[in-house]
Design a protein around this ligand. Structure first.
Ligand code: IPE
Ligand code: IPE
Ligand code: MG
Length: 238
C-alpha cells in the first residue's frame, strides 16, 4: 500500500457495531464480539508495521457493565483470551501495552492478565498500545482532580501549580501525545465518554462500516482522509 503522510501520531478507535454485525449475520452476540477481536488484531499489527506512535482502543466502557450479564461475561472471557494468546506476539513486536481505566474494578483473573501485560511490555519501545477497559473519560478526570486535590491538601503543590501539563500528567495517557485522529465505526457520531480531554483537537471520522468488517483498506482510507485535513488549532494556515 502507498505511504500516507502525514501520519497521525496518536490514533484512537471506538470499535463499535459488534452487536449489529451479529444481528445482521443472525449469529450470537458473543460471536460478533469474537469477530471484532479479529479486526482488532489486524489493526494493531498494521499500526505497528506502518509506524503509528500510539494507538488507543476502546474495548469496554464503565457504562458497558449495564449490559446483560451473559454479554458482559462473554466480553470478559474474550479479554482474558486476547491477553493470554496475543501477549507473546505483541511483546515480540516490541509493543508497549498500557491499560486505560480502572483495573481494580475488574474480575481477578482479568486484572492479573492486564497487570502482567503492562509489566511484561513496559520497556518496549515500539507501538504504544493503549487498551481502554473499564474506562470512562469523566471518571478519569475525577480521578485526576482527586489526586491533585490530595497533593494540594498535603501542601505538595499550590492551586496555581495546576496547569494543563500537571493535569494531563494525572491522566491514564500520561506522556502520550494528544489524539490526532479518532475513528468510530458503525456510523454513530458520539464520543461515549472516550478520551474527553485528549480529543480536544482530534480529527473525527465516522465510517459506517461495523467494527467486525473494518478492514485494513478502511484503515488506510481513514489515514488518507486524515492526511488531507486542515488542522488549524484556532490559528490560520495562511
Ligand atoms: C462495541 O460493539 C463493542 C463493545 C461495546 C464492547 P457493540 O456491542 O456496542 O455493538 P452495537 O453498538 O450493539 O452494534
Ligand atoms: C462505546 O460503545 C464503548 C466501546 C466501543 C467499548 P457503546 O456501544 O457502549 O456506546 P453507546 O452506548 O452506543 O454510546
Ligand atoms: Mg455500540
Amino acid at each position: 500500500m502507498t505511504e500516507v503522510t502525514p501520519l497521525p501520531r496518536h490514533v484512537a478507535i471506538i470499535m463499535d457495531g459488534n452487536g449489529r454485525w451479529a444481528k445482521k449475520n443472525k449469529i450470537k452476540i458473543a460471536l460478533g464480539h469474537r469477530t471484532g477481536v479479529e479486526a482488532l488484531r489486524a489493526i494493531i499489527r498494521e499500526s505497528s508495521d506502518i509506524g503509528i506512535e500510539a494507538l488507543s482502543l476502546y474495548a469496554f466502557s464503565t457504562e458497558n457493565w449495564k449490559r446483560d450479564p451473559s454479554e458482559v461475561e462473554a466480553l470478559m472471557g474474550l479479554l482474558l483470551e486476547f491477553f493470554t494468546s496475543e501477549i507473546d506476539e505483541l511483546d515480540e513486536k516490541n509493543v508497549c501495552i498500557r491499560i486505560l481505566g480502572d483495573k481494580d474494578g475488574m474480575p481477578q483473573k482479568q486484572r492479573l492478565a492486564l497487570i502482567n501485560a503492562e509489566e511484561r511490555t513496559k520497556n518496549n519501545t515500539g507501538l504504544k498500545l493503549n487498551i481502554a477497559i473499564n474506562y470512562g473519560g469523566r471518571a478519569e478526570l475525577v480521578r485526576a482532580a482527586r489526586s491533585l486535590a490530595a497533593k494540594a491538601a498535603a501542601g505538595k503543590i499550590k492551586p496555581e501549580d495546576i496547569t494543563e501539563k500537571t493535569l494531563s500528567d494525572e491522566l491514564y495517557t500520561r506522556g502520550l501525545p494528544d489524539v490526532d485522529l479518532l475513528i468510530r465505526t458503525s456510523g454513530e457520531m458520539r464520543l461515549s465518554n472516550f478520551l474527553l480531554y485528549q480529543c480536544a483537537y482530534a480529527e473525527f471520522l465516522f465510517p459506517t462500516v461495523l467494527w467486525p468488517d473494518f478492514s485494513l483498506e478502511d484503515y488506510h482510507q481513514a489515514l488518507e482522509a486524515f492526511a488531507h485535513r486542515d488542522r488549524r488549532y484556532g490559528g490560520r494556515n495562511s
